[in-house]
Design a protein around this ligand. Structure first.
Ligand code: UDP
Length: 312
């Protein structure tokens, strides 16, 4: 069988870099595309000499024509400070950008996996979150460019499937961490680790009682590959996350402990619309993808701390 030509948008980002690595290891030809809004040139450089890796600097809000068999549409800043920096561009990425990728999938008769998010649940009133829960999103808050953008992206995927038969797969990604995260992107795991290894105090927003469920990136990437290979009439949306739930304060304490940092946490104001709880129900992923994340927070943090020390 000839190699699959796979497009990874957001290929220079955290998830994109880990996904490119996995797909190259599996023997595919990769076209990685990124506008470097939150992706890093350093991540692209890793694959520079790989004969099956091509990189195109491009923003998906502009159309592009390529010959491909599959698309993983990961393009969009995922960290709140990054996606809020240019909120209108964030919405365009999730509307114009997703239309462009769905049109590309349609022209190529290619499968497309859309990176959706746990943010579609907003500040959830159902806990843990099941895919059938429709969410509690503020339509005009500072997170809405991302939350509503990603909700609209899901809607576009399903309409392209119903109207044109585009082969869609929708993954709702929960908080993920691991190597190739940007040390500066402002997310909680990277912030705490980088702060602790530099002898600075981890910055807890609010009182630290809000919860998140953290999935190690290798487990998440495995879910993506399984989802792409799932039966044709399984579209999702499917939760992809680790159901282990921790408070932000617990995370800070773990990181301080594991880095043996001689620091105390500091408390800062909680950003607007910050969800109070978040935890995936992964029954559907277990049933349809045979997937259960098996890397514990401790194990994943060891690898992530090693990574940040190596680039510090
Ligand atoms: N957070 C924090 N300190 C930080 C960065 C984030 O306490 O330095 C909190 C943030 O307010 C949120 C949680 O950690 O409650 C997760 O934040 P992140 O930005 O990683 O992702 P989110 O789940 O909010 O999209």
């Amino acid at each position: 069988m000839s190699k699959k030509r796979i497009l990874v948008t957001g290929g220079a980002g955290f998830l994109g870099t880990n996904l490119c690595r996995r797909l190259l290891d599996d023997g595919n030809h990769i076209i990685s595309l990124d506008n470097y809004l939150s992706g890093l040139k350093r991540n692209v450089a890793i694959f520079e000499d790989h004969p099956d890796y091509e990189f195109i600097e491009h923003d998906i809000i502009d159309p592009i024509d390529l010959q491909i068999d599959e698309i993983y549409n990961l393009a969009c800043a995922g960290s709140p400070p990054k996606y809020q920096a240019d909120p209108i561009h964030t919405t365009k990425t999730n509307v114009y950008g997703v239309i462009n990728m769905l049109e590309l999938a349609k022209r190529n008769d290619a499968k497309i996996m859309q990176a959706s998010t746990s943010e579609v649940y907003g500040d959830p009133e159902v806990h843990p979150q099941v895919e059938s829960y429709h969410g509690n999103v503020n339509t005009h808050g500072i997170r809405s460019c991302y939350d509503e953008g990603k909700r609209c992206a899901e809607s576009l995927c399903f309409d392209y499937m119903r109207r044109f038969g585009v082969k869609i797969k929708v993954a709702r990604i929960f908080n993920t961490y691991g190597p190739y995260m940007d040390a500066e992107d402002g997310r909680v795991v990277s912030n705490f680790i980088v702060q602790a290894i530099n002898g600075k105090s981890p910055t807890i927003y609010g009182d630290g009682s809000q919860t998140r469920s953290f999935c190690y990136v290798d487990n998440l990437i495995d879910a993506f590959v399984r989802l792409m290979a799932s039966r044709d009439d399984f579209y999702g949306p499917v939760n992809t996350g680790n159901p282990g739930e921790f408070t932000v304060k617990e995370l800070a304490e773990k990181v301080i402990d594991m880095t043996a940092a001689n620091v105390e946490v500091t408390y800062h104001p909680l950003p607007q619309d910050d969800p109070t709880v978040r935890c995936p129900d992964i029954t559907l992923a277990q049933k349809e993808l045979g997937w259960t994340p098996d890397i514990s927070l401790e194990k994943g943090l060891v690898k992530t701390i090693e990574y940040f020390k190596s680039i510090n």
